[in-house]
Design a protein around this ligand. Sequence first.
Ligand code: NDP
Length: 248
Amino acid sequence: MTGKLDGKVAIVTGASSGIGEATALALAAEGAAVVLAARRGDRLNALAEKIATTGGKALPIITDVTDEAQVQNLVDKTKTEFGRIDILINNAGIAVIGAIDGGNTSEWKEMINLNLLGLLYVTHAVLPILKAQGAGHIVNISSVAGRTARVGVGVYNATKWGVNGFSESLRQEVCKQNIRVTVIEPGLVNTEISDHITDPVFKQQSEARRRSVTPLESEDIAAAIAYAVTQPSRVNVNEILIRPTLQE
Ligand code: NDP
């Protein structure tokens, strides 16, 4: 098997389902060794086996990215196993939707810890390795919700707006070290993401909205990510906004 990512090593967070799983498969199909990070080990193991059966290389590492020690373990184990890290896909995230007034602040903390701090921790742990190598690529999964605000999405909007601001600042900080930073902004994608919404009214609205637009599939986003990370090293695809055709 020869691919555009032969010899490269990629960490994918949130690889146990949805966009992360599809991205791990897409990068492995291009020849990258993929490190699969999330909390559900059974899912990660099944995905690693699937990749192995097609001749790819995958290493599952159970990781809660909101825990800095577990993040450091993820990066250390990747370096020990593969000797390098070329690509980081910061994908793990949740979308807890609901009104701000009367909102559940524990859920807000959980989402901010994951969508923002988790992404920051993994970036922080990987950066010294990319710098020492003199090259690397960090792909941050934001959202259309990082660019357009809607009622009921306020705290999720805050996390994804944060991801966009952080990513552009990081891009400017590290571009001279030959490190690329890409932001991916999906619209509605058919994944497990709305399973975590606890407000019944917003959950129903969210699911109805998703169904009404013929949502994207995870593979559509994985293809955009694969495009960004397989460009020649002089090309930094800064941002990709990708909506279902029927989504306003
Ligand atoms: P899924 O719910 O299918 O996937 C979320 C992933 O995040 C799972 O693999 C989950 O694994 C992982 N995860 C959750 N908590 C943690 C944690 N603490 N540590 C490590 N991993 C964790 O949803 P999607 O694939 O849709 O979401 C992926 C990304 O795409 C998110 O950042 C989301 O905001 C973004 N996005 C999604 C859109 C959509 O419509 N689906 C639209 C725009 C953006 P586990 O539970 O095993 O830890």
